[in-house]
Write a protein that binds this ligand. Structure first.
Ligand code: NOJ
Length: 565
């Protein structure tokens, strides 16, 4: 069977995003240009040559808007301005202009499900009476119980604890995430108009697209009914598996993947179409099965959706092959490109996950008291996984540090943690800080060169000593490094148009035996996820995951190669 993402076979991509490799920048942890210990737009601008040299096509910036940072910027207080911690609108314009000059597209993050409680709308809602226009922009309800002392329903926050907070006059407001992230009311036309106006604000500035946060959450089921998935609570603490259950339990939770969300994206699709240059939307939607996820990328909706099934497959040939097949089949049905992603700012880095005893685990953070990964094994598998991902047709996402093989910080002191999920679950979830640790740029500078000025403040989260081995200056231009591996793969991927290709499973493909192998145009990928060396098919090795990947003509376990097909 031959499997392809859009465009049709033999046709090269006609829009930039169909086959783009997009690099996620988490601004607070990428590069610090002003020495305050937190990353910023100046820092990002200074590293654009590094990204251009790597060979990615675009960057996606996590939020840099005005925000009290209760959820690292996913709590927006002003959608039309830059937080002073990150710079100014002029800095954004300068960064965007330089990215464009270097041939890099720029996608920004839009957070439409909720605002910060410090947003002027929410402040006005607090000052206004029950039933007012100001309150109707959010999800205020009376409570249950004799005196309204119980929350309006049994929903729980994704970060743990109740999804409702009571205000002074006794009403409750909904927050699927932190108390400081009140959900907007998407039944209210004013909310819809406002978010379109925000889209236009950034489109007018020249951004190439948006990553849509919690794209499956905007519309809630009518009447806000209780959800049976409530059993996932353990006392007042969320069961660590609650999010997975929320995504997989039937019926769909009343706050996710409601049919009404699609009308919103149809409207946004039209707004984007008014602008030149193939602007795009990519959905962050933890929706299963794949068929439902691909509803978000029907021709008149968004352009892409993150494929978290691929991320969840872990280091497992059977799960990975099944995920690839299903994604390409479903993508083909709606004529959209598939996307591929291994890590992001919400998940334990794949190099660490792949070094755990069960490399299909997706823990909610790793702490000092948890199983520690086999770092070398995880790195070796991480290199092979990136090579596998970059051979696939469609669009691939790299998370900052993936190109360095960076591991999770698994020994962070609880005292320095900042993720609200850690606090709201009383530490049951270690949280996401470990994948958000500032990038090491120089192996022997303070803070590993995170601040471009050497006497800058310490990075906002401490880095482990091991980061010295991963620092960019030990990798750029150094044969055999992860950076040079990714660079070589990106060069071949572009030259051979793998992103707009078609795959066929190769004769060597044997998922139950731990082997993933497919042919995409002139390249055969072969990844050894099993325990013993395997024979390599004939052909020149174009890229190998490591110097020791092939010995005596045998592909070693935990390695992958691209062979000229
Ligand atoms: C998904 C974002 O990726 C995550 O970091 C954030 O906490 C939630 N959405 C809430 O905005």
């Amino acid at each position: 069977m031959s499997l392809q993402a859009a465009p049709a076979p033999g046709k090269q991509a006609t829009t930039w995003w169909e086959d783009a490799v997009i690099y996620q920048i988490y601004p607070r942890s990428f590069a610090d240009g002003n020495g305050d210990g937190m990353g910023d737009l100046h820092g990002i601008k200074s590293k654009l040559p590094y990204l251009q040299n790597l060979g990615v096509n675009a960057v996606w910036l996590s939020p840099f808007y005005v925000s009290p940072q209760a959820d690292a910027g996913y709590d927006v207080a002003d959608y039309r301005d830059v937080d002073p911690r990150f710079g100014t609108l002029q800095d954004f314009d300068a960064m965007l202009a330089e990215a464009h000059e270097r041939g890099l597209k720029v996608i920004v993050d839009l957070v439409p499900n909720h605002t910060s409680d410090e947003h002027e709308w929410f402040q006005a809602a607090l000052r206004s009476p029950k039933g007012s226009r100001e309150r109707d922009r959010y999800m205020f309800r009376d409570g249950r119980g004799e005196n309204g002392e119980l929350p309006p329903n049994n929903w729980e926050s994704i970060f743990g604890g109740k999804a409702w907070t009571r205000v002074d006059d006794g009403q409750w407001y909904l927050h699927l995430f932190d108390t400081k992230q009140p959900d907007l009311n998407w039944e209210n036309p004013e909310v819809r108009e406002e978010m379109i106006s925000v889209l236009r604000f950034w489109l007018d500035r020249g951004v190439d697209g948006f990553r849509i946060d919690v794209a499956h959450g905007l519309v809630k089921a009518e009447g806000l009914p209780d959800w049976a998935g409530r059993e996932s609570m353990v006392g007042d603490v969320k069961n660590p598996d609650a999010l997975e259950e929320a995504a997989s339990t039937e019926p769909t939770p009343p706050y996710f993947d409601q049919p009404g969300v699609h009308a919103i994206y149809r409207e946004w699709n039209k707004v984007l179409a008014e602008y030149p240059g193939d602007r795009m939307l990519v959905a962050e939607a933890w929706v299963e099965p794949a068929e439902r996820l691909f509803h978000y990328v029907r021709q008149d909706e968004m352009q892409q959706a993150f494929n978290f099934d691929f991320l969840r497959a872990g280091w497992d040939a059977e799960r990975l092959s099944a995920s690839i097949t299903e994604s390409l089949v479903q993508a083909g049905k709606v004529g959209a490109p598939s996307t591929w992603v291994l890590s992001n700012h919400d998940t334990v880095r794949h190099t660490t996950r792949f070094g755990l005893q069960d490399p299909t685990q997706l823990p909610k953070g790793v702490g000092a008291r948890d199983e520690q990964p086999d770092e070398a094994l995880g790195l070796s598998r991480g290199r092979a996984a990136i090579l596998t991902m970059l051979a696939l047709p469609g669009s691939a996402y790299l998370y900052q540090g993936d190109e360095l093989g960076l591991p999770e910080h698994t020994l962070l002191d609880d005292a320095v943690r900042q993720d609200p999920a850690f606090f709201r679950t009383q530490g049951v979830e270690r949280g996401r800080d470990g994948c958000r640790v500032p990038i090491p740029w120089k192996s022997d500078a303070p803070g590993f060169g995170f601040s471009t000025n050497d006497d800058g403040a310490s990075p906002w989260l401490p880095q482990p000593d091991s980061f010295a081995r991963y620092a960019a200056d030990t990798q750029v231009g150094k044969p055999g490094s992860v950076y040079e591996l990714v660079r070589a793969a990106l060069r071949e991927r572009a030259a051979r148009h793998l992103g707009s290709g078609t795959i066929e499973w190769a004769p060597a493909h044997n998922p139950s035996g731990g082997v993933v192998s497919f042919v995409n145009g002139s390249v055969q990928l072969i990844a050894n996820m099993g325990g013993s060396p395997i024979e390599l098919p004939d052909g020149v090795v174009l890229v190998a995951s490591a110097a020791e990947a092939v010995e005596d003509g045998l592909l070693q376990p935990n390695n992958a190669v691209w062979i000229e097909a």
